[in-house]
Ligand binder design. Sequence first.
Ligand SMILES: NC(=O)c1ccc[n+]([C@@H]2O[C@H](COP(=O)([O-])OP(=O)(O)OC[C@H]3O[C@@H](n4cnc5c(N)ncnc54)[C@H](O)[C@@H]3O)[C@@H](O)[C@H]2O)c1
Ligand SMILES: O=C(O)C[C@H](O)C(=O)O
Length: 328
Amino acid sequence: MSKKPVRVAVTGAAGQIGYALLFRIASGEMLGKDQPVILQLLEVPVEGPQKALKGVMMELEDCAFPLLVGMEAHSDPMTAFKDTDYALLVGSMPRKAGMERAELLAINGQIFTAQGKALNAVASRNVKVLVVGNPANTNAYIAMKSAPDLPAKNFTAMLRLDHNRALSQIAAKTGKPVSSIEKLAVWGNHSPTMYADYRYATIDGASVKDMINDQVWNKDVFLPTVGKRGAAIIEARGLSSAASAANAAIDHMRDWALGTNGKWVTMGIPSNGEYGIPKEVMFGYPVTCEGGEYKIVAGLEIDAFSQECINKTLAELQGEQDGVKHLL
Ligand SMILES: NC(=O)c1ccc[n+]([C@@H]2O[C@H](COP(=O)([O-])OP(=O)(O)OC[C@H]3O[C@@H](n4cnc5c(N)ncnc54)[C@H](O)[C@@H]3O)[C@@H](O)[C@H]2O)c1
Ligand SMILES: O=C(O)C[C@H](O)C(=O)O
């Protein structure tokens, strides 16, 4: 018997990430090759983006995806999020060369107050929300705080791009395939302060830390490369990452919905005090997923260097949180 369709809302659907994301959702890469979807697409109520959205929808139609059983264009989050089971909040302004993501808060922050309120009012009570729009952690925090009737755990921020970037850097350094790397963790904010931590990572059961055995490379090459990768892409492409961001969004939602079979992945989630992070801070943690729920990997020892890195990224997030009090 075929599955009941689920509703997937995507904001910023006519933008560059939207263009790299929608076709993959409709083809079943996010929720499974047996899961029909209805796309509820939101764009700003402005002629240009609405017209572009129509064009994207024409292309989606022309793919004749068997799993795409419905598609709607919206200009108001109150209709776009109606009964939605999954919400990918992408729509917002990307940064330009020379900017830090946190500088976008003044422009993008208010979008997530309005969208959090709309999710609170009309979405499925089990909605799974992924915030991609930058600064992703603090925007997810704003949306969560604006939706008091929904469980806080339903709101997440995208750290998966940092996780995937770190996997690729480790694969290049060790000469091993990315698929062989397990137990990588990324802590904190989606920003240059994120802490990609391979102390527990293994390749075919062997310790990555022992294999690399180079703390100078870790501190002076690996962490800055992963942390500043977004800026390097803007510098090279003249536009911020889109296909790799869409890919990370698919990975994040797929793993949350369908499970990770015990594999560690990174998600930005509201803290419940784990690892000394104050409650509600939207923090990148290593998690495993099963049955539609994520669970933080517990019991990892935090050494002095790691604690210093975690403190730094936490302080940045708390500063961002302080800066958006007026929106809550
Ligand atoms: N978390 C991550 O890892 C990550 C990675 C890459 C990009 N991003 C962020 O994702 C966001 C989108 O990037 P992009 O490259 O697709 O940008 P883009 O400018 O190509 O597209 C954004 C789209 O969002 C729309 N939009 C703006 N405000 C909206 C609103 N209130 N409701 C609905 N739609 C709205 C715009 O009209 C536009 O079509 C940016 O903030 C970018 O920095 C995050
Ligand atoms: O860096 C950016 O502004 C876009 C995105 O967050 C990224 O990490 O590529």
